[in-house]
Write a protein that binds this ligand. Structure first.
Ligand SMILES: [Zn+2]
Length: 372
């Protein structure tokens, strides 16, 4: 019986490992621009010269990304878009520019959707370093919609930065609003396995079901997708409700949210640099701002884990699990899966096998949407 349990735990841990998102463990440093580029920015982009830092390959040290240098044209185009966004949403931009918004270039960016298949996307955000990555495809758009679509892409990433530590997307209020609609889109996709994703995506948007299939891959993608659509004046299922409850909060982040963003960002910075005591202090400041948020607990646990303080890590993970459950964060979320995996590992290590099995069986109840 004991061996069966152990086998059961091992299989589940392997399954959970596959579900983990990759973590970037490198810090980024601002780049030095050449004089002519500085002059250009000074002349044309007075608002953003202090808000945007363009990272060159040497500044990021990220082996996972297909990095490439910026051309002046690309920087000018992104700056022009950011300038417009800054003018339309100054408080949002200011809240996430701590002290600037770091933007880096990559040849190609891929994202995994809820069916675990990879899709090429225009831009993405490294949640830990707070860097926005821009792919080649970002610049390949029809001329007539280029600015609008590019602004939408950037606004989407800006929301990921504003939602750092998933403070917004892991709130119960957001789960209640978004989860049923995410489920609806996932069902549409699973019921039409023969249809191409881009066709379905078009249909989902056209019929105003949701801001797209990508916006159904997780709670944070849903938040970024809804905000970017609302920012561009698009309507979708629940868009009135979204505008009323969420849009204004994100557009004008409160003092509390700004403070959260800067503490979480600092915590992540120390975490990357292996300065765990300082990181824990910052994450504790986030806890003081929002006691219901699970992510500070998750990161404090990860700090203790890195220091091999397993008992402390376990305590914080148990709190994180309770907060994830209270907010009803589904098991489809990578963070929930990762937390469960670590819990099973640490409970097993502490010989708390019954609790480990309980966490595991809860995980195994989860059935991801399948296309067959
Ligand atoms: Zn996104």
């Amino acid at each position: 019986m004991k061996n069966t349990c152990r086998l059961f735990l091992c299989i589940a841990i392997i399954l959970l490992l596959f579900a983990l998102p990759s973590q970037c463990s490198n810090s980024s440093h601002p780049t030095n621009s050449s004089n002519s580029e500085n002059e250009y920015l000074e002349k044309h982009l007075p608002l953003l010269k202090n808000f945007v830092t363009y990272l060159e390959p040497n500044d990021t040290n990220d082996p996972a990304a297909f990095q490439k240098p910026w051309s002046l044209d690309e920087r000018s185009f992104v700056s022009a878009c950011m300038e417009q966004i800054g003018a339309e949403a100054p408080n949002l931009v200011e809240a996430i520019a701590t002290p600037s918004i770091k933007i880096a270039r990559a040849t190609k960016i891929e994202s995994q959707d809820f069916q675990s298949s990879f899709k090429t996307i225009h831009a993405s955000t490294d949640r830990l370093t707070g860097t926005i990555w821009i792919a080649d495809t970002f610049f390949v758009k029809p001329e007539e919609t280029k600015i609008k679509e590019s602004k939408k892409d950037l606004v989407h990433e800006i929301i990921h930065l504003a939602d750092c530590g998933s403070q917004f997307s892991f709130s119960k209020e957001w789960v209640v609003f978004a989860e049923p609609k995410i489920g609806l889109v996932q069902k549409v996709v699973s019921q039409n396995p023969e249809r191409m994703h881009f066709e379905l995506d078009k249909e989902v948007k056209k019929n105003k079901i949701w801001p797209g299939i990508h916006a159904s891959s997780s709670l944070s993608e849903a938040l970024a997708g809804c905000f970017a659509a609302a920012f561009c004046g698009e309507t979708f299922c629940g868009s009135d409700e979204f505008r009323k409850i969420f849009y204004a909060h994100l557009l004008n982040p409160s003092h509390q949210r700004r403070s959260w963003i800067s503490h979480f960002r600092m915590g992540a910075h120390y975490f990357i640099d292996s300065e765990y005591d300082l990181a824990i202090m910052e994450f504790c400041k986030c806890k003081a701002i929002d006691r219901s948020a699970p992510m500070p607990e998750v990161y404090i646990a990860r700090c203790y884990l890195a220091e091999h303080k397993f008992e402390l890590a376990l305590q914080h993970l148990l709190v994180a699990r309770r907060l994830l459950d209270t907010a009803e964060i589904p098991l489809s979320e990578p963070t929930t899966q990762k937390t469960y995996k670590l819990l099973v590992e640490l409970l097993t290590k502490a010989n708390r096998t019954t609790e480990a099995q309980e966490v595991l069986s809860r995980f195994l109840e989860y059935k991801p949407v399948k296309s067959e």
